[in-house]
Design a protein around this ligand. Sequence first.
Ligand SMILES: [Zn+2]
Length: 307
Amino acid sequence: MAQYIYSPRYHVDIGLHVFPTAKYELIRQRLIDEDGALPEDFLEPEQASAEEVLTVHTQDYYLKCRDNRLSSLDQMRLELPWSPELFDAATRCVRGSIDAARLALDHGVGLHIGGGFHHAYPDHGEGFCVFNDHSCAIRQLQAEGAIDKALVADCDLHQGNGTAAVFADDPTVATFSIHQDHIYPMDRPPSTIDIGLMPGTNDKAYLKELERWLLPLFDSQAPDLVVYVGGADPYCEDQLGSLALTREGLSKRDALVANACKDRGIPLLVVLAGGYAYKFEDTVGIHLETIRQARNLWKPTSAQGDS
Ligand SMILES: [Zn+2]
């Protein structure tokens, strides 16, 4: 049985907000109710150490967050009301992505029911993203010598500006982002490959572009780890975007990324990123499908036997 990285503390009270922080526990519950997951299959991360966060972020920014000294301008850019609980969730999320990346190296896939905060830059947070969890995971595993090269496959509706900034001058990490053009973020450091899509882009056109540009990058980069920033927000019924992908199209997207890893034997780390569907259950269902598609890559260790 696969394991999942998850913390109930990812559900932070941010008031009336488009970001549904309750989604994580709903995904967990459906994995238990519908997929036979057991409570002990969910591993709760500790808070990341300062050193782990500082693999990506500046000390000045980290300390401002830790000591609750973010200015009103900082909070405006973050688009979240600050609280100590948010710091707790963000640091746990960094450790969660590190833990899930380790599961990926051991079992072929690491499933983080959280993370994907790709708008966080080294020196500031923005767009609901405090710390860039998956970038910290890549840097941490590189520092430990567990991996050399990585590929970030970012299929969230929004361009992965923070992640692109983190790895701008680093040929060991390729960044791929397929997103809607002419919406947030307006400030876009270039990824290794950016695919900007027009409003109304449908399943067929999206999947064609994904296959055309992402798969060659798998082969030219030859990564030791792929980070899949899933994103439920390219959905046709999302409040923040106007792409026209259906649930079926998003499932095919997930399968394309998972199969690309499977075919090449590359470990896959899954993080969830955004999702703002008009119907909350759609956001939960889309993320759940991402987890399910990737879970097929899970390889039990011999100690786990046939369970
Ligand atoms: Zn997004």
